[in-house]
Design a protein around this ligand. Structure first.
Ligand SMILES: [Fe+2]
Ligand SMILES: [Fe+2]
Length: 238
């Protein structure tokens, strides 16, 4: 209503002389300033609200026990994503130029994002990565490359085995955090759930691309999953 009045006053300004024009423009300027001031205040309030929480994804631990638990979770998840990246790197070194290359690259690109996120969280919370990263670097690449040498089916069998292990591992973390204080770990839970869904997609992609047709599929899958269990156990602790 006030704005409409001001606009109308300006439109009629030519009939009321220069003094009225000056006053009208001053009112409009004041009104604009007050709108701008309101917007600025809203922006400041918004940014204050955004920065009022002093932590990112993980809440600051309340005691030594919680710190141990969170560090263990973050360290092993980071190691898992790191290992997955090395496996896909090994697969791409062998099959990168084949017809399966783009499919493997697509999954690898998602793993890169997962690893980037955990790199960020580890740095933010000053969590030490596993001391075995150099070892997982070599083992992961070797596993990816050697299974890819068996052909597309070999690479996919490896993907199914690894992704199933990682999904199960994420599921057990989700259960553990949900049993404690789900609202306290909401952001971390959301990230783990999102990554778990990606890993399940990778697992299904492996099955859709003939993983099970590899001779000795069950033997290879069980052997890889045994290795994954050992890797998870060690990476949580070392
Ligand atoms: Fe991943
Ligand atoms: Fe994955």
């Amino acid at each position: 209503m006030q704005r409409a009045t001001q606009t109308a006053a300006c439109c009629w300004a030519h009939t009321v002389g220069p003094a009225m024009i000056r006053r009208c423009c001053r009112v409009r300027a004041l009104a604009s300033f007050s709108v701008m001031r309101g917007c600025a205040a809203a922006l400041v309030a918004g940014s204050l609200q955004q920065t009022s929480r002093a932590y990112g994804v993980v809440p600051p631990p309340r005691d030594h026990q919680e710190k141990e638990m969170l560090h263990r979770i973050l360290r092993v998840d980071h190691a898992g994503e790191y290992g997955a990246n090395r496996i896909y790197a090994g697969q791409m070194a062998v099959l990168g130029r084949s017809r399966t290359g783009p499919l493997i690259q697509e999954m690898w690109d998602q793993e890169k994002k997962h690893l980037e996120k955990f790199n960020e969280i580890l740095a933010e919370n000053r969590v030490r990565p596993t001391a075995l990263l150099p070892f997982w670097n070599i083992v992961g690449f070797a596993l990816g490359a050697s299974t890819a040498l068996l052909g597309k089916e070999g690479a996919m069998a490896c993907t199914v085995a690894v992704e199933e292990s990682i999904s199960e591992h994420y599921n057990s973390q989700i259960r553990a955090l949900m049993e404690k204080e789900p609202e306290r770990y909401t952001d971390l839970l959301n990230i783990i759930k999102e990554f778990r869904d990606d890993e399940m997609d990778h697992h299904d992609t492996g099955l859709e691309h003939d993983a099970e047709t590899l001779p000795g599929y069950w033997f290879l899958k069980n052997a890889i999953q045994l290795g994954c269990k050992a890797a998870i156990y060690i990476s949580e602790r070392v």
